[in-house]
Design a protein around this ligand. Structure first.
Ligand code: ADP
Ligand code: MG
Length: 253
């Protein structure tokens, strides 16, 4: 039996008084990988920030349910505690806080327990090895002086360590070289299991090669104009978005 993880219905949203999302419906079940593609400015980041509960984004209509519970009124940390994780498109620098400290503090806050330090360090080392990250990054201040690619890899490290039920990845592959995309993709693939779900926003289909993609959605002007199986990615790559607008969506499967 499929179990619903995320259910979004009739979602409208605004940023600084400007309407960005205009009626989005999206269902993600446990065990599924969904992909959102779409032109710049179509509302992709708005959608995932809204699911995470970033206060800057205002939900004006509709509902967001997580594991059957309406979470629209919950604060960002409450949603994190429920198991939602967002990898930011533009990760911010946090001077004064080390990578290790941020992850340990987040784990404590999410679980409500104090994580055992030796076990934590062992897991962190394992995750960093998997992402081919130098151990020295653990004691550096979060994202300070990191290259774009290093920031993105650090986001995936957080995802692996926090082990959320739903991971929202906003262009985590942008700015990465080919090898790094492969490592990040393998990291996501390792993380994925039958009980969790992943929503990936991407322009670069390389990240999808090592993943079993269940559903692809195209967001344009604040609406999902087309959904299909993994084959839709190839169609977009060869024909672009314009063919979908002019009625080409029906073959998407
Ligand atoms: P995408 O991630 O698909 O590129 P975004 O969700 O970031 O798109 O943005 C959608 C639209 O919202 C864009 O037109 C963008 O300019 C606008 N937007 C985003 N943030 C703000 C803001 N703080 N104030 C006004 N408009 C914004
Ligand atoms: Mg974006």
């Amino acid at each position: 039996m499929t179990e619903q993880l995320l259910s979004i219905c009739g979602l409208y949203a605004a940023v600084d008084g400007k309407e960005i999302l205009k009626g989005v419906d999206l269902q993600i079940n446990k065990g599924e990988v969904h992909v959102i593609m779409g032109p710049n400015g179509s509302g992709k980041s708005t959608l995932v920030n809204l699911i995470m509960g970033q206060p800057k984004y205002e939900m004006t209509a509709g509902s967001i349910a997580f594991e059957g519970e309406d979470i629209s009124a919950l604060k960002i940390h409450e949603r994190a505690r429920k198991g939602i994780f967002l990898s930011f498109q533009n990760p911010e620098e946090i001077p004064g806080i080390t990578v290790e400290n941020l992850i340990r503090t987040s784990q404590n806050a999410i679980s409500g327990e104090t994580v055992k330090i030796m076990a934590f360090k062992k897991n962190l080392q394992k995750a960093m090895d998997a992402l081919k990250m130098d151990t020295a990054y653990a004691s550096r201040h979060v994202n300070v002086g990191f290259s774009g690619g290093e920031k993105k890899r650090n986001e995936i490290l957080q995802m692996m360590m926090l082990n959320p039920k739903l991971a929202l990845l906003d262009e985590t592959d942008s700015g990465l070289d080919v090898d790094a995309v492969r490592i990040v993709s393998a990291g996501v693939s390792r993380f994925k299991n039958a009980q969790n779900g992943v929503l990936i926003i991407t322009h670069n289909t390389k990240i999808l090669e090592q993943l079993q993609v269940d559903r692809v959605h195209v967001l344009m002007n604040g609406r999902i104009i087309c959904s299909g199986d993994a084959g839709l990615v190839d169609k977009i790559n060869s024909e672009g978005y314009s063919s979908l607008v002019s009625g080409g969506c029906k073959n998407a499967g």
